[in-house]
Ligand binder design. Structure first.
Ligand SMILES: NC(=O)c1ccc[n+]([C@@H]2O[C@H](COP(=O)([O-])OP(=O)(O)OC[C@H]3O[C@@H](n4cnc5c(N)ncnc54)[C@H](O)[C@@H]3O)[C@@H](O)[C@H]2O)c1
Length: 331
């Protein structure tokens, strides 16, 4: 039985907790330890695993338990210290995105992985959404011809649910740039490699926090853009989107669309390439993306395979590109 500890039982901790529970139906895996400093969140997570040992602090869980893996679903500024401590104890580590929020921490994480050989995966979950998998496949195979241009993005309401309001503190979240925008940045790197040039526009709330970013890139001869917004109001419904123009037509995704994905050929009627089952959203059952992401991590551990998808290096390269973008934003 693969023994997993879940650290942080807030929004994403709950998502991974449910995904791991669903996975335990078919895999020899169990969450045996849970940590959250808010008792109500801890109690609610424990409902799925009544046998689990509970801790209020993530460090206590790591220090006290002998585990195969931990899931770190803490506010972003706490990822590095917990990941380092778990690696030193020989645990595999799943770290939510953004993997970390400073260059110094990128170096510390890479150094510790090289030294300990720990298996690490970063929660760059777009790589597990059916629509983005399809985009990657048709770009690589040139099914619709060569990719010409791509726009991506995600927009949502103001983020009010975080523990001690950590999202609104740039030193804790890295603003909308490291929190939301990093998803599209990672996917663009996965699709097209490192950009050859970029320019950035950002807007701030009256508090000074960046809540909107739009970056224009060139990947060789391919123009691309990515936009992310935390609206001033909490009410804006979340939407993620991309529009990829190929020689033979346009592939469009909108998470609020029904269906979410359409290919519009230059000549002819639109087609909807994925079946309803493959359109993924925040579905926690197979084949939902968070389930698939956790399944990939757990399969790699059970089958003793290297982690090749959403690696620590991928997570680090994504945040480093965002650091480059941040350096271009006016104070
Ligand atoms: N992949 C995605 O789609 C996605 C979506 C949302 C958030 N995230 C990422 O997931 C991470 C967590 O975000 P969230 O929305 O779940 O935040 P959250 O504030 O809802 O949850 C964090 C939890 O950590 C707990 N906590 C804080 N310090 C602790 C400590 N020292 N020990 C134990 N528990 C502690 C808090 O009580 C809280 O319940 C962030 O890095 C965020 O960027 C990823």
């Amino acid at each position: 039985m693969l023994k997993v500890g879940l650290i942080g039982c807030g929004g994403m901790g709950d998502t991974h907790n449910k995904a791991l529970k669903a996975l335990s139906q078919s895999h020899e895996v169990a969450v045996v330890a849970l940590a959250d400093c808010r008792k109500d969140f801890l109690d609610s997570a424990k409902e799925l695993w009544p046998e689990a040992t509970t801790y209020s602090l993530g460090f206590d869980l790591i220090d006290s338990e002998e585990l195969d893996a931990v899931h770190i679903c803490l506010p972003s500024y706490l990822h590095t210290e917990h990941a380092l401590r778990a690696m030193e104890k020989g645990m595999a580590v799943f770290i939510e995105k953004p993997v970390c929020i400073t260059e110094k921490d990128c170096k510390r994480l890479m150094e510790a992985q090289n030294r300990t050989g720990a298996k690490i995966m970063v929660g760059q979950v777009l790589r597990f959404f059916g629509e983005y998998i399809y985009l990657k496949q048709v770009t690589d195979s040139q099914k619709y011809g060569k990719l010409q241009t791509i726009e991506m993005g995600r927009k949502g309401g103001d983020v009010l649910w975080g523990f001690e309001d950590w999202f609104h503190d740039e030193k804790k979240s890295g603003s909308v740039m490291l929190d939301l925008h990093v998803h599209d940045v990672d996917f663009l790197r996965y699709l097209l490699g490192a950009p050859s040039s970029l320019s950035v526009k950002a807007d701030r709330l009256s508090t000074g926090l960046i809540n909107h970013v739009r970056t224009d890139y060139r990947f060789g001869d391919i123009p691309a853009s990515a936009e992310a917004l935390w609206d001033v109001s909490p009410d804006l419904p979340f939407e993620a989107f991309f529009k990829a123009t190929f020689e033979q037509g346009t592939l469009e995704f909108n998470s609020r669309g029904k269906p979410t994905l359409a290919f519009r050929p230059n000549n002819g009627d639109a087609i909807h390439p994925l079946s309803k089952k493959e359109n993924t959203g925040r579905n926690l059952e197979s084949p939902g993306p968070y389930y698939q992401e956790d399944k990939y991590f757990i399969d790699c551990l059970i089958e003793n395979r290297p982690i090749e998808q959403a690696t620590l290096e991928d997570g680090v390269e994504a945040v480093r590109l965002v650091f480059d973008e941040q350096s271009l934003v006016d104070e």
